[in-house]
Ligand binder design. Structure first.
Ligand code: R5P
Length: 296
């Protein structure tokens, strides 16, 4: 069994390999003078079950292409099985034709990943608003794991919220709010969200009031921070006390974190599916557990 991390997940792959007691596979990746990418696999892969870890964030086209080069080469060099672990799966938000003529990017990326011989794929809290099952995108076996149990355990250990109200800022976030609320032995609610543009959202409360309560907001992605800021404004207007935010994927577009801290939020916590200054929780144990279960 071999674990190989692409350039977006080298450190994550080392952690996963270490916890499994195996060595991470090695790659040489560089650019030719004309900008093309060079990739060489330095480990013996013939007959191996290989887990490839590659998060596709920030420079998604480049990292996706690197994944395609790597997996195609692995299969060509005789790897028995390649399982993709894609902690952050870019393009999942373009899962529908919102305007006539738009590319269905989510499906295109799915097809590309399959086209190089990927045998199975694991994602983590992949954005699934309109697509509700990953099998709608992949023909190969697919699994969408959640990092929320790890995040909730971290928040519980921090211990600086008193029986918090857990809030999911939109309908999709209910699944994460439920997990966190169960772990923290408390209640949860979700807001209603309407997206007005790439960086503009409108958020409305439903039932629960945060008056006099500590609050934990949970979501899959923080990108521009707009969703969290709007949710915080509502919670503050209701009289919330300490507010903490936890997300799986801290994409953090420029200025997003400052915008959130400017509202007075005390802690913003993310995972290392996307390395960032708030990536305080590692998804390595989650990936390692599934690599082990899957046999590579
Ligand atoms: C979208 O529905 C997701 O679950 C997140 O709420 C969203 O991607 C966050 O984006 P932003 O930080 O730009 O509001």
């Amino acid at each position: 069994m071999l674990v190989i991390g692409g350039s977006s997940a080298e450190s994550l792959a080392s952690k996963v390999a270490e916890s499994l007691g195996i060595k991470a596979g090695a790659l040489e990746i560089r650019r030719f003078p004309d900008g093309e990418k060079y990739l060489r696999i330095l480990s013996e892969v013939k007959g191996e079950n290989v887990a490839v870890i590659q998060s596709i964030h920030h420079t998604p086209d480049e990292l996706l292409f690197e994944y395609l080069l790597l997996t195609d080469a692995l299969k060509d060099l005789g790897a028995k099985k390649v399982t993709a672990f894609v902690p952050y799966f870019a393009y999942a938000r373009q899962d529908e034709r919102f305007k006539a003529g738009e590319a269905l990017s989510f499906r295109t990326v799915g097809k590309l990943i399959e086209s190089v011989g990927t045998d199975e794929i694991y994602t983590i809290d992949m954005h699934q608003h309109r697509v509700v099952k990953s099998s709608e995108v992949f023909k190969i076996p697919s699994h969408n794991l959640s990092a929320m149990p790890l995040l909730a355990a971290y928040v519980e250990k921090l211990g600086n919220l008193e029986k918090p109200l857990v809030i999911g800022p939109d309908a999709e976030a209910e699944q994460w709010a439920k997990i966190a609320a169960e772990r923290l032995h408390t209640d949860y609610d979700i807001f209603e969200k309407k997206r007005l543009g790439d960086a503009n959202v409108q958020v409305r409360p439903r039932r629960a009031s945060a008056s006099g309560r500590d609050v934990l907001i949970v979501d899959d992605i923080i990108s521009t921070g707009g969703t969290i800021v709007e949710a915080v404004k509502i919670l503050q207007s209701q009289g919330a006390r300490r507010i903490q935010v936890a997300c799986t994927h801290p994409i953090l577009a420029p200025g997003a974190l400052a915008k959130i801290y400017d509202t007075g939020v005390q802690d913003v916590i993310g995972t290392d599916t996307v390395p960032s200054p708030i990536s305080l929780v590692s998804v390595a144990p989650l990936i390692a557990e599934n690599v082990k279960r899957n046999g590579g």
